[in-house]
Design a protein around this ligand. Structure first.
Ligand SMILES: [Zn+2]
Length: 205
C-alpha cells in the first residue's frame, strides 16, 4: 500500500515536471514567435524613418502645389532624332516655386541652349544628381556649393531654353552618378514612379 502510493506519487511528479517543461517550452516558442511577428512589419518603417540615407532618398514633387495625380509619365517620349526625353515635365503656372526634391547640395548652376536656366543638385550621399530646367530664375540666395533641405525654394517655373513660351513647366530629371561624380554624367532613371509611389514612412498612421 505504502509502496504503491510512493510509485503513484513519483509518477505524478514526473508527469507534473514534464507538463511544466512542455509548458515552458511552448511559452518560449510563443515568445519567439511574438518577437518575430513584432519585428517583421516594423523593420521597414523604422529604417526609412531613422536612416538619414533612407529619408534622404525619398523624393518630393519639386513644384509647389502639384499633387501626384496631376503628373504624367513622359520619360520614354521621343524628342527628335534618336533622343529620348529621360525626364518628367511638370506643368505649372509661370513663377510657381520650384522646391528641392531631396536634401542635398547645389552642385552646379548652368545656363544651356536647351535647358535654359538650370540647377544640378546632388543628394547628401552623392549617389544621384537632380536636374531642374527651364527655370524663370533662381531663388535669390542660391549659389553653387550651398546646402539645401528638401522642400526649400530653389527657383521658379519658367520657359527658358527650348520650352514652348506658352507652356511653362519644370523639366525634372534624376540620374545615378558615376563613381567620378561629375554633375553632367549619369544613368537616367524615371522620376515618375518615385514621385507617385507613397513611401512607407508616409503610410504610417
Ligand atoms: Zn522635358
Amino acid at each position: 500500500m505504502y509502496m504503491r502510493t510512493t510509485v503513484s506519487f513519483l509518477i505524478g511528479v514526473v508527469l507534473g515536471a514534464t507538463a511544466i517543461l512542455l509548458y515552458l517550452g511552448e511559452t518560449q516558442q510563443l515568445a519567439i514567435a511574438a518577437t518575430a511577428h513584432h519585428a517583421g512589419p516594423n523593420v521597414g518603417p523604422t529604417l526609412s524613418r531613422t536612416g538619414p540615407t533612407e529619408s534622404g532618398s525619398h523624393v518630393i514633387i519639386p513644384v509647389d502645389g502639384v499633387t501626384a495625380n496631376r503628373l504624367k509619365s513622359n520619360f520614354y517620349e521621343a524628342r527628335g532624332g534618336f533622343r529620348v526625353h529621360h525626364a518628367i515635365d511638370i506643368l505649372a503656372p509661370r513663377s510657381t516655386p520650384v522646391l528641392a526634391a531631396v536634401d542635398g547640395t547645389i552642385r552646379k548652376l548652368f545656363v544651356s541652349r536647351a535647358g535654359g536656366i538650370t540647377i544640378y543638385e546632388f543628394d547628401r550621399a552623392e549617389q544621384k544628381v537632380y536636374y531642374y530646367a527651364h527655370l524663370e530664375r533662381y531663388a535669390s540666395t542660391l549659389h553653387e556649393g550651398m546646402s539645401v533641405a528638401q522642400g526649400d525654394v530653389i527657383g521658379y517655373v519658367g520657359t527658358t531654353g527650348n520650352a514652348p513660351p506658352n507652356t511653362p513647366h519644370l523639366h525634372f530629371a534624376i540620374s545615378i552618378l558615376t563613381p567620378s561624380k561629375e554633375w553632367w554624367k549619369g544613368e537616367p532613371i524615371d522620376p515618375y514612379p518615385l514621385l507617385t509611389t507613397p513611401t512607407r514612412a508616409s503610410m504610417l498612421p
